[in-house]
Every structure is written in C-alpha cells, then in structure tokens.
Write a protein that binds this ligand. Structure first.
Ligand code: NAP
Length: 319
C-alpha cells in the first residue's frame, strides 16, 4: 500500500508554450485505481510513471493561453494532464467540453472514462438481457454505479456488492439496485447465494479476489463475465491463488473476458452520446466525492483503496 511519503510537491515555473500547444489551468484531477499499477515497474498496457516526474492522469481545466487555432482563452477542456497547477498540452490531445450540456466534472465521471468503461464493459462483453441476474462488484464506485444503472435500464435484476452499509443504501434507494451485499461484514458466498436464487448470468468484476470467487461459483449456463478491474490485488506483492475458474467456465459454456476501455476508443462517440441521452432523460445518476486542494491529491488517491469514495473520486484544484 503506498503512502503519502511516495509523493512530493515541488514549485516549478509555469511552462512556456510551443506552437500547437495550449496552457491549461487545472480545475479538477481524476484519481483512479489503475494509477497504482503505474507505480510498479512491470509490463502492463501503459508504461510505469517515471520517478521524479509529475503524475499524469485525467483532468479538466481552463485554457488560459493558446498557441493553437483549435482553442481560445476560456475554453474548458479535458485530457490526460500532468498533476500541475498549469500544464502545457498539445492541442490534439485535448477535447473541448461544453459546460452548458452537463457539469464539467461529468467529463471525468459518467460522460468520461468511468461511464464509457461501464457502457462497453457491460453491453459489449456481456450483452445483458431482461430478467437476467447481473452481479456487480465495486458497485458503489464510479464504474460500478454506472454498470448497475445500465443493467437496470436493460431490464435486469441487479445485485451490487460494496464495502459499506451507507454505500449499499445509496445503491438500493437512489439507483434501485435489487439486492446488495456488504463484503466487509457479510459471508459473501452465502449472501450472494441468497441474493441470486436463479444463479448469476452476468458478473461485472471490478475487484477480483474472494468476492469474485463467490460470484463465479454461482454462474449459469451461458454466463458472461467482464473483467474490468482487480483492485483487491493492486497492492499485493505476490499474486494470490484463489478459485481456478476453468471447470466452471467449461461446464457452463461461459465466457470470461478482460478489456481495457481504450480498446473501444473508436466507439467513444457512440458511448458518450448514449450515456448523455440517458443522463438527460433522468435514467442515469452519478455521484462524486470531491476532495479540495491540489496538495490533497495523493490522499484522495490512497482513499480509493480504503473505500472512502461513493461514486467518482475527484480533486478540486481551482474554481
Ligand atoms: P472506484 O470503484 O470508484 O473506487 C475504488 C473502490 O474499490 C473503492 O471505493 C472501494 O469500494 C473498492 N475497493 C478498494 N479496495 C478493495 C478491495 N481490497 N476489495 C474490494 N473492493 C475494494 O474506482 P473506479 O474508477 O470506478 O474503478 C473500478 C475498477 O474498475 C477498478 O478496479 C479499476 O482499476 C477498474 N477500471 C478498469 C478500466 C478498464 O479499462 N478496464 C477503466 C476504469 C476502471 P468499497 O467500499 O466497495 O470497498
């Protein structure tokens, strides 16, 4: 488990712009579980962070100076930015967002990577059908809350697994999730069996570990399992060994598939359009947990591993 000692804040000059670049004043930073994987020097789908260089992550900011015809002062933009108060960014790596359509933080939440991850990871991989049972782990997080709601839109019976009673009350009362389990206080295998009397048709896995073993033991014939995240393992020094799922997949003709949301980049416009329509129609809600102050970004990031967030964890850097 990292600590705040793994982070350092430094004063530097505001960067000078080259042609084609834009100076962005950071407004919100996104802290994400995958950033933990970038703190290990091992092969992954993105290279590790470099020591003594700023962390890079999803952010929303305001253009304060532009040397690109695509952006003017005052534009609100999103993109992968350094954790800095002011960043020089290449214009082609930024997207303009319209604050009149939805609050700007939604670009890092339901209309951004978490929403798109839920949309493609559930619909493309699992193709959920009405009345099927969909189990979602990490159900009260940024991705999980979106998955639960999209599964409800598709007419499924949704069972959410999260780490606190307050989170589960939100899932039930605000998002109409049919049943919930607190994996920290309940016997997950027993509770899940009770909550899924007809077995599990779809499992959307955000966490891995024992919680996922419990879901896998209940899969039905033709089940689809989407491997989105394995947060319970991100801080392990050695991979743990749990259930070996192959026999369950075999006898149930079931399918388990991992994905990285960037695989779907060519279809992001489709996803954002549909998520935007559901949001405008009141069919999708989103929650955000906002920590104030640039200097608190490391603490907000570490809080993800203690379950401090309901919905998307963000850091508000400036107005
Ligand atoms: P999030 O769910 O908003 O935040 C992380 C949550 O994980 C915490 O609030 C905590 O909730 C739970 N958690 C932490 N440690 C845990 C543990 N040991 N066991 C079980 N649950 C634990 O984060 P997110 O951004 O929506 O991401 C959710 C998952 O999706 C992560 O695994 C992430 O890596 C993955 N992801 C994948 C993609 C992709 O392209 N495949 C894209 C985005 C995110 P509780 O209170 O419930 O413990």
């Amino acid at each position: 488990m990292p600590t705040t000692d793994n982070f350092r804040i430094e004063d530097t000059d505001v960067p000078q712009l080259n042609d084609g670049e834009v100076l962005v004043r950071t407004l919100y930073l996104s802290v994400d579980p995958y950033m933990r994987s970038r703190m290990n020097d091992r092969k992954s789908y993105v290279p590790p962070f470099k020591l003594n260089e700023p962390i890079v992550g999803g952010a929303v900011g305001e253009v304060v100076e532009s040397r690109s015809p695509s952006f003017t002062k005052g534009d609100i933009v999103t993109g992968m930015l350094s954790w800095r108060l002011y960043s020089a960014a290449k214009a082609e790596e930024l997207h303009k967002i319209d604050p009149k359509i939805a609050p700007i933080t939604t670009a890092l939440n339901i209309l951004g990577i978490p929403g798109l991850t839920a949309y493609f990871g559930l619909l493309d991989i699992c193709n959920p059908q009405p009345d099927e049972t969909v189990v979602v782990s990490g159900a009260a997080g940024a991705v999980g809350t979106a998955v639960c709601q999209i599964a409800k839109i598709k007419g499924c019976r949704v069972v959410g697994i999260a780490g606190s009673d307050d989170k589960n009350a939100y899932l039930k009362n605000e998002l109409q999730v049919d049943a919930t389990i607190n994996y920290k206080t309940e016997d997950v295998r027993q509770a899940l069996a009770n909550a899924c009397p007809k077995g599990v048709d779809v499992y959307f896995d955000n966490v891995g570990g024992d919680v996922s073993d419990a879901a896998l033991l209940l899969i039905n014939k033709g089940a689809r399992i989407s491997i989105c995240g394995q947060i319970s393992m991100y801080n392990l020094e050695r991979m743990d060994v749990g259930l070996r799922p192959q026999p369950l997949l075999l006898v149930n003709s079931a399918m388990m598939k991992g994905f990285i949301v960037i695989d779907y980049a060519p279809r992001f416009a489709e996803g954002v359009t549909q998520l935007g329509k559901w949001l405008a129609a009141g069919k999708l809600k989103y929650a955000e947990n906002i920590v104030e102050g640039f200097e608190n970004a490391p603490r907000a990031f570490l809080g993800l591993f203690a379950g401090e967030n309901l919905g998307k964890q963000l850091v508000k850097v400036a107005e």
